[in-house]
Design a protein around this ligand. Structure first.
Ligand SMILES: CCCCCCCC(=O)SCCNC(=O)CCNC(=O)[C@H](O)C(C)(C)COP(=O)(O)OP(=O)(O)OC[C@H]1O[C@@H](n2cnc3c(N)ncnc32)[C@H](O)[C@@H]1OP(=O)(O)O
Ligand SMILES: O=C(O)CCC(=O)C(=O)O
Length: 240
């Protein structure tokens, strides 16, 4: 499990530690939270994309904090496939469930409809004055005039989306912590790719640096990190 703090709040001396938490990632070994990933109400839709052999690859409990005034609570527009060294993209899907009412005031999801039919684009850190959270890469070039949809969701509403869909989320302008839970699923028939020489090389480099710093692990590839995180939800574990 990785506990992540908002960069602006983590660097402030005045905020109690737990008030800085922006997300808990990789909860696949925590039964109470992992129950979300196998809920029949969710899996019945996931199966339409993955088929019967379903792996959970990435889990997040997102706790977007009240913005500290630096706009770091925003999540830049990105494509999740940037982080994933496995394919095909059409066999990967994200389920994202609102744990309370989420609208523009507390930083709802923003999507660019139809972009899932495009290509994976180059991602980098956005040039934001107030700082950017670690590994929150954004799409370098997308057409800012494309129509945007802000997803207002009620507690328990779930959205399912493709890993090439360009999406992000806005600033939390309220005093509350905006909560959502999500799981990225993939078919266990998916296969790993080598990201060397691709646009994903920069995220692999960061993951390798983090693995060395946090766990003292040397000589890993992006796919090794994912192999360790993946967990079977249903069916048979094949390639992943
Ligand atoms: C990899 C899979 C992604 C899947 C795709 C889904 C889309 C996404 O969610 S993208 C975002 C993914 N982000 C991540 O996975 C990041 C995971 N986070 C982490 O690993 C840690 O929280 C990490 C490395 C940022 C901080 O680790 P932690 O052990 O808490 O650090 P800590 O010892 O307190 O602080 C170390 C330094 O990092 C800084 N820091 C703390 N939090 C952050 C942050 N959010 N961003 C940037 N710097 C930070 C601290 O201020 C400190 O700086 P300094 O050395 O200058 O004093
Ligand atoms: O919950 C959010 O604010 C955005 C989550 C997201 O886009 C992601 O983690 O990929």
């Amino acid at each position: 499990m990785v506990v992540m703090r908002d960069v602006a709040i983590a660097k402030s001396e005045f905020v109690p530690d737990q008030k800085a938490i922006t997300k808990v990632q990789d909860f696949q070994e925590l039964p109470e939270l992992f129950e979300y990933c196998s809920l029949p109400q969710i899996v019945q839709y996931v199966k339409c994309f993955t088929g019967p052999n379903i792996m959970s690859m990435h889990t997040m409990l997102i706790n977007k904090p009240p913005d500290a005034g630096k706009k770091t609570s925003r999540h830049p527009m990105h494509q999740d496939l940037h982080y994933f060294p496995f394919r095909p993209a059409d066999r990967i899907v994200c389920a994202w469930t609102a744990m309370e009412r989420i609208d523009r005031s507390n930083g709802c999801l923003v999507v660019l409809p139809g972009t899932h039919t495009g290509e994976l684009k180059q991602h980098d850190y956005p040039e934001w004055e107030g700082g950017v959270n670690k590994m929150y890469h954004g799409v370098r070039d997308y057409d800012p005039s494309l129509p945007r949809v802000h997803l207002t969701m009620e507690k328990g509403d779930t959205v399912f989306f493709h890993p090439i869909l360009i999406h992000g989320s806005g600033m939390n302008r309220t005093a509350g912590f905006r909560k959502a839970i999500s799981c990225h699923y993939a078919s266990s028939d998916c296969y790993y790719i080598d990201v060397k020489g691709t646009t994903q090389e920069n995220i692999e480099k960061e993951v390798i640096e983090l693995a060395l710093k946090r766990y003292g692990v040397e000589e890993i590839l992006l796919k090794d990190a994912w192999m360790a995180k993946g967990r079977l939800v249903q069916g048979e574990r094949i390639n992943l």
